[in-house]
Design a protein around this ligand. Sequence first.
Ligand SMILES: Cc1ncc(COP(=O)(O)O)c(C=O)c1O
Ligand SMILES: N[C@@H](CCOP(=O)(O)O)C(=O)O
Length: 472
Amino acid sequence: MTYISTRGQAPKKTFTEALLAGLAPDGGLYVPEKMPTLPAEALRAFAGKPYAEVAQAVISPFLDDGLAPAEFRAMLDGAYAGFRHKAVTPLAQIDDNLFVLELFHGPTLAFKDVAMQLLGRLMNKALKAQGRRATIVGATSGDTGAAAIEAFRGLDQVDVFILYPHGRVSDVQRRQMTTVADANIHAIALEGTFDDAQAMLKTFFRNAPLREELGLSGVNSINFARVVAQMVYYFTAATVLGGPDRKVSFTVPTGNFGDILAGYMAKQMGLPIEKLIVATNSNDILARALETGRYEVRGVHATSSPSMDIQVSSNFERLLFDAVGRDAAVIRGLMASLEQSGAFDIPAPALAAIRQSFAAGAASEADTAAEIARTYKECEYILDPHTAVAVNVARKHLARDPKTPMVALGTAHPAKFPDAVKAAIGVSAPLPAHLADLFARKEKFDVLPNDPAAIAGFIKARARAVTHKHGG
Ligand SMILES: Cc1ncc(COP(=O)(O)O)c(C=O)c1O
Ligand SMILES: N[C@@H](CCOP(=O)(O)O)C(=O)O
């Protein structure tokens, strides 16, 4: 399998090269040159199988030949051994034809663990094989950072620098990032938004000398390996609900568009998905773009689902690339327009193609709180605010199509957002035992200005890869 950049001006890569590179040097995102497919019989056999077994079948076609199947299986078993549910990502039914896909049973209580636990193992192996270190710089609105820190803490091969928006993550999210004592972990409270953090990360990736000097790698969903690992739970959920012989729809609480893109790729691989529904909070750029065809950045505002307080959804570029017939020149034009004017118009045929697979909806703050209250009242099930956004949008879609089973992705554990949950239902969910003393742990973080030179200087002064000669 070879990987190409959505902007068409970077050399092709193998999976391992794309894994370690993160963002392509031309600013584009790596995608497989050709999507593999799985036959219906293979999908039928997934129903009820162990998660790691399905993961192996889904992910293997994307890997390099060098990774032995037994070794990959051992990595998967290790990645999911620490999840608190044997099914790894179980389904819970909360209404007629409405299910929550619980993706929050990993160590940091959000869906990011599902991919990050595997990514950590894959990257560590690749770096060891090359005898080199890497500097991972990540941008987070709260959950990716904690998951990355958990997956890479204490590893000699990597230093991890996580930029999170100062004052814009929940206390639990912040403490998950700032109470880790390992010397290779650095939490940076950026005086800006998640979009500022992600934009800064992209300028670092496009700065060839800095990239080389740091041995820069990324673990955000700009890294294609993250998206591949997130495809698996679409297969486990759909096949348990009767796929491939029955179509299923998914509603995905969306920010950076990585999770729902994984669903789109699962569909391309052959999983019969009726609709993928983009659910946004009041930062509704994606819902507006699907409705009007104009992708237009407006100021981001803080909501009770802070991990989705995002305007520039990186992975939308991967979808657009497909929708414009994989014409990299068109993507370069659209992205240049986004950089210059904060907007672009999706070409009409591309918009029509996107609408065939996707629909969208937004949930206001009032909708989100009301959804947490309704679901708790009806089935004593506590939704976190991000999952509540999805369930609210899912119900609106179900009213139009009640026959197709609807799966809302449950992306975070409600204990991560106790204030929003308590405000809605008067009680909050307790933190699991391994985090019970989170508020007694000592915090360690640096507050830094939204200034690329200051952040790059901070990282260079601490990253061990800088003084290390490395190849590749
Ligand atoms: C809890 C939670 N839900 C939803 C999202 C949105 O997912 P994506 O960025 O893949 O669209 C995020 C952040 O990415 C998140 O942390
Ligand atoms: N909501 C995310 C934002 C980053 O998303 P990613 O999937 O690109 O890593 C977060 O919690 O950090």
